[in-house]
Design a protein around this ligand. Structure first.
Ligand SMILES: [Zn+2]
Length: 456
């Protein structure tokens, strides 16, 4: 009898242990202790009028139960989002939030973006694991203020303009916009950091009547635009007809044989690939190489005129004719200057070598950056004397003239770029143009000509 009783107790004990084990097995995942993880998809430092903030909250355990996002500024507090998640909870929430600090009664200045989250764990008496993260931001809903210090800016189609202006916010980006082209501005005067300058161009490709504005954008995304007072002279470009023949096209095909795709088989197809596809690719590479700029100005009195008798001019509209039919068109984006064969090609101003090597239709070429977005290109050379990264003095020989690339005789192809846009080089070596369009801009703004840093 006693034995039977103790066996019963043993069975009850085993049953209880099994139940407890099962309970632990069932309960354990519900009691996980990993809190939700909070992050911002893109760092947010400033909040403008209406800022998109991307918040990511995830929970690897039981899933999210609740997420709250608020903006806090001293005694002010605004709720951006307060969301609960139904069972079984969400493993992840990617929240695209529109934060409008003004509607929430926030003032300009520092604020804290607070993200709080809870998961569906049964820990903490069923309240779940809690996480919270704070992000320090600056509320700034006022656009930067722009003021032009320039009077009437006269410029030519295909030419360069200079604007001198002020921007009242330190960290804003700014410059000039001409149609679709955006030009970056610079602060070359350490003693007057709010005073800026921007070299810009009215590209020969820009249609008539494009808007020309100063623009600025601050860290919070607030934008300002101010029309510039520009009188544009609508310059007409020369037209040129080039008659093609097999001898010329075969010569081009032979010179670029290693580059021409194999599906271009006729002499004309090969020529068209060089004149159109390769030209386009080369110009894109040149624009990219010419664009990174240092904020200080390395040239002093405009750009020197390279030696040589003028041949083709800037903006020439070229029509290519084969058997009395127009087969191709191009625009000549520089000036051609012919001197004696293999004559020294000199840097037109102090500059930094951004490119030295083979540039397709421009042959052996050098690109120099002269600061504030102004750059020069030297093409068709037979020899290069500099390499990328070199700093060259004004008048230093960068190479020898030649006929590499798409050139029939020994000459220098010379281009000037402003903010990556080709401009008419003749303006830059004309002292009258420099006086009326560059020096006048500085004197009417009451600013000295920016001085280049000491060096060679
Ligand atoms: Zn040329």
């Amino acid at each position: 009898m006693a034995r039977g009783k103790s066996r019963l107790w043993l069975i009850i004990l085993i049953l209880l242990l099994v139940l407890a084990g099962g309970g632990v097995f069932y309960l354990w995942p519900h009691l996980e202790g990993a809190p939700p993880e909070i992050s911002l998809d893109k760092p947010v430092t400033h909040l403008g009028k209406s800022q998109q903030v991307f918040v990511k909250v995830s929970d690897s355990g039981r899933g999210l139960a609740w997420v709250k996002v608020s903006l806090v500024q001293k005694e002010r507090k605004g709720v951006v989002l307060n969301q609960t998640f139904d069972a079984p909870g969400a493993p992840m929430a990617a929240l695209k939030l529109a934060v409008n600090p003004l509607e929430m009664g926030m003032r300009q200045g520092p604020a804290t973006l607070v993200v709080e989250a809870r998961d569906r764990s049964w820990r903490n008496w069923f309240r779940g694991n809690q996480a919270s993260k704070e992000f320090q931001v600056t509320v700034d809903t006022t656009p930067p203020r722009l003021a032009s210090l320039s009077q009437i800016i006269r410029m030519n189609r295909g030419g360069t303009g200079l604007a001198v202006y002020t921007v009242d916010e330190d960290q804003a980006i700014h410059g000039v916009r001409v149609g679709d082209n955006l030009f970056a501005g610079w602060s070359p005067w350490p003693q007057r950091p709010k005073t800026k300058l921007c070299y810009f161009a009215y590209s020969d490709q820009t249609p008539q009547g494009a808007n020309i504005d100063l623009w600025a954008q601050d860290k919070a995304g607030n934008k300002a635009v101010l029309p510039l007072n520009v009188r544009l002279k609508w310059k007409k470009f020369r037209s040129d007809v080039i008659t093609l023949n097999d001898r010329f096209m075969n010569k081009v095909a032979a010179r670029f044989a290693s580059l021409i795709p194999s599906d271009r088989q006729t002499p004309l197809a090969k020529f068209l690939w060089v004149n159109q596809d390769l030209r386009k690719a080369n110009n894109a590479r040149i624009r990219a190489a010419a664009q990174p700029a240092q904020g200080f100005q390395l040239w002093e009195k405009g750009l020197a005129r390279p030696l040589g008798a003028p041949r083709a001019g800037f903006g020439d509209r070229r029509t290519y004719v084969l058997n009395k039919e127009v087969v191709s068109r191009s625009v000549h984006l520089g000036v051609d200057l012919a001197h004696t064969e293999r004559s020294p090609v000199k840097a037109v101003a102090r500059g930094i070598v951004r490119f030295a090597g083979d540039m397709g239709i421009y042959g052996q070429a050098v690109i120099l950056s002269h600061g504030q977005g102004v750059a020069t290109l030297y093409g068709h050379m037979s020899q290069l004397n500099v390499k990328q990264g070199d700093e060259v003095k004004s008048g230093q020989t960068v190479g020898l003239s030649g006929m590499t690339g798409l050139a029939l005789g020994d000459h220098l192809h010379f281009s000037v770029l402003v903010g990556g846009v080709y401009v008419n080089p003749t303006e830059w070596w004309d002292p009258h143009w420099i006086k009326d369009n560059i020096l006048l801009r500085f004197s009417e703004a009451g600013m000295p000509l920016p001085t280049p840093p000491a060096g060679n």
